[in-house]
Design a protein around this ligand. Structure first.
Ligand SMILES: [Zn+2]
Length: 593
């Protein structure tokens, strides 16, 4: 990923001290071999952010942000790798290397600049059309939806006129080639007519999609005709735009860190909330929430409110979003809009105050899970209430005791059972859960648990062993291969692979430098693992053996319960074979204990 020569980067890192760089942002105090401060990336009152001078790394025990000095600058300044390196070079008084002269890189960058320029010119074109006679009906449409000229200007809205080559001709007259126009996603190559190219958007309202740093990189286009499908057309992936890595209207925060963001489904919902004076709305860009978007949110806000439509699709998107946010360690709440309204309808009817009241009564992730569970049952009947009570108690029984205390009354209220009965049932369910194979446990509480612990302890230990030195890493990797153990956490696995590859190239490789060049997620995993190294005493080989043993046990128990479940669904000879296999796995397991 590095655009800089390794030698040069090594020199830069040797001249850079992470403690000095971090001190420019927060005030550090030394304690136990580390430096501590309140985290600059999440709100806190007691310090859980630490810098490890020996490894030139930082790690936050609260939000799990972590990495080398380059990652720190990337997060603190909200810039990319290249800009972070440039900034550090400036501080270290080093000239930038020849990478600027690398022809291929230079050409690639120049081409991207052309695409950005084409998008910018297209946004201007669409905006002018909106204000012209041709765009009259689009203007009327906006007025009808309560969006005035000022708001339309603020979001740079536009109108793509009827016809097949309006934008193409406009851009060609300004020196853009057809290839550039197509690559920027502004036009489409005809499948029927060879060499034919036509405008991507025709007779549609245009929403420019602007990067966090303020550059137009794509467009969303809405039809204004009733029943026309699709309602929205969005720019697909281009060299300068990827919908999974971006959020609509994040540019409105102008790079500032905000306490909270409100995530809604569509462009119109965002604009409508801004229109009402709620200026923290963002939307995903025609996708369900992605892990990349969750990380982006984490850079900007401590808390996110999900505010999707009340229909089934909206509910499913909420559940999925909660899972992704929990894994990223972000506090999420759910704003439930009553009466099947969408945010746009609601804020128009009840105004800013009404919407903020709704936000203040938002449900926690678990509260939302309980509510959506209740919808599966008919609570008017005894059978329905009983079935719901059983399922809900099983769920709540798997939560932390404080949360059980909070949700038991909710179940009691919905079912008419006494709180004591509900609590007893929750307790029963909890002990029942312990006896179940881990796989069948409630996934949500598992995801949450993971976010709380940050990472799986055994996998983290494996990674921390690999951080010690090349020979310990090789020993651990071999042991895992012998036992057919693979790391499940993507970031941990990728970081371990990176370390192994670098050690293979140079067994004395400097881990601080390897870490500095890792993508953010991997660096975070390494940050967590480094903490485990410090806690770890004793013989590294012995620890590796214990750890691989533990993972092997987990793998075998999982296979065992799978085989057992499979056997239950079979009969006769097939069932017998399955049970024999289960028995063999059980024998192996006993040998390990
Ligand atoms: Zn933090």
């Amino acid at each position: 990923m590095s655009a800089f020569p390794e030698e040069w980067l090594n020199e830069l890192l040797s001249k850079t001290d992470i403690v000095r760089i971090v001190s420019e942002y927060v005030s550090l105090s030394p304690k136990g071999g580390r430096y501590w401060a309140c985290c600059p990336f999440h709100n806190e009152k007691t310090p859980s952010f630490s810098v490890i001078p020996e490894k030139q790394m930082y790690y936050c025990f609260g939000c799990h942000a972590g990495g080398g000095v380059i990652h720190f600058v990337m997060e603190a300044e909200r810039v990319g790798f290249v800009d972070a390196v440039k900034l550090l070079a400036q501080k270290a008084g080093m000239e930038l290397p020849d990478e600027i002269n690398d022809e291929r890189l230079k050409a690639e960058r120049a081409y991207k600049e052309r695409l950005f320029a084409a998008c910018k010119e297209a946004a201007r074109f669409y905006n002018k059309k909106l204000l012209s006679e041709e765009g009259k009906h689009a203007q009327q449409y906006l007025t009808k939806r309560g969006i005035g000229g000022k708001m339309a200007m603020r979001f740079g809205l536009g109108y793509a006129p009827e016809g097949w080559r309006n934008l193409i001709e406009h851009l060609k007259a300004r020196g853009f080639s057809e290839k550039e126009i197509v690559d920027a996603g502004l036009a489409i190559r005809s499948k029927k007519e060879k060499g034919g190219v036509y405008d991507a958007y025709r007779d549609r309202l245009i929403f420019p999609i602007i990067s966090a740093s303020g550059r137009v990189m794509g467009f969303g286009a809405r039809t204004m005709k009733k029943d026309e499908e699709p309602k929205y057309i969005n720019t697909g992936d281009t060299p300068i735009y990827n919908k999974r890595n971006n959020l609509y209207a994040l540019n409105m925060q102008k790079g500032r860190r905000v306490g909270e963001l409100i995530m809604v489904e569509g462009y119109m919902d965002v604009i409508s909330l801004f229109n009402a004076g709620i200026e923290t709305a963002v939307a995903s860009l025609g996708t369900a929430m992605t892990a990349q978007q969750a990380r982006l949110i984490k850079r900007y806000a401590d808390r996110i409110y999900l505010c999707y439509d009340g229909d089934n699709a909206g509910q499913a998107a909420t559940l999925r979003g909660l899972g992704i946010l929990a894994s990223a360690g972000i506090e999420a709440k759910v704003i439930v809009i009553p009466g099947g309204m969408d945010p746009d309808d609601y804020v128009k009817k009840f105004g800013k105050q009404g919407f903020l009241q709704l936000r203040d009564s938002a449900l926690s992730a678990n509260g939302f899970m309980l509510e959506s569970m209740a919808k599966e049952f008919d609570l008017k009947t005894t059978d329905g209430r009983e079935a719901f009570a059983k399922k809900a108690c099983r769920f709540v029984g798997g939560l932390q005791p404080v949360e059980q205390e909070r949700y038991a009354p909710v179940i009691a209220r919905k079912t008419g059972l006494s709180e004591d009965v509900v609590k007893a049932q929750c307790g029963l369910s909890a002990s029942g859960i312990e006896n179940m194979p881990a796989k069948n446990r409630n996934t949500m509480s598992k995801v949450r648990q993971k976010a709380e612990d940050g990472w799986d302890a055994a996998e983290l230990t494996i990674l921390s062993l690999m951080l010690i030195d090349a020979s310990t890493a090789a020993y651990t990797a071999e042991l895992m291969a012998e036992n057919g153990i693979e790391l499940k956490n993507e970031a941990i696995r990728a970081a371990a692979e990176t370390l192994l590859i670098k050690y293979a190239e140079d067994s004395a490789a400097n881990t601080a430098i390897i870490i500095s060049e890792m993508p953010m997620e991997q660096a975070e995993a390494v940050g967590a693992a480094q903490t485990a190294v410090e806690r770890m005493g004793g013989d590294a080989k012995k620890i590796a053996e214990d750890c691989v043993n533990k993972l092997l046990k987990e793998k075998l128990s999982e296979q065992y319960s799978l085989m057992f479940v499979k056997a239950q669904a079979l009969s006769g000879e097939e069932q017998r074979q399955c049970l024999i296999k289960a028995d063999e796995i059980a024998k192996k397991l006993r040998l390990l204990r």
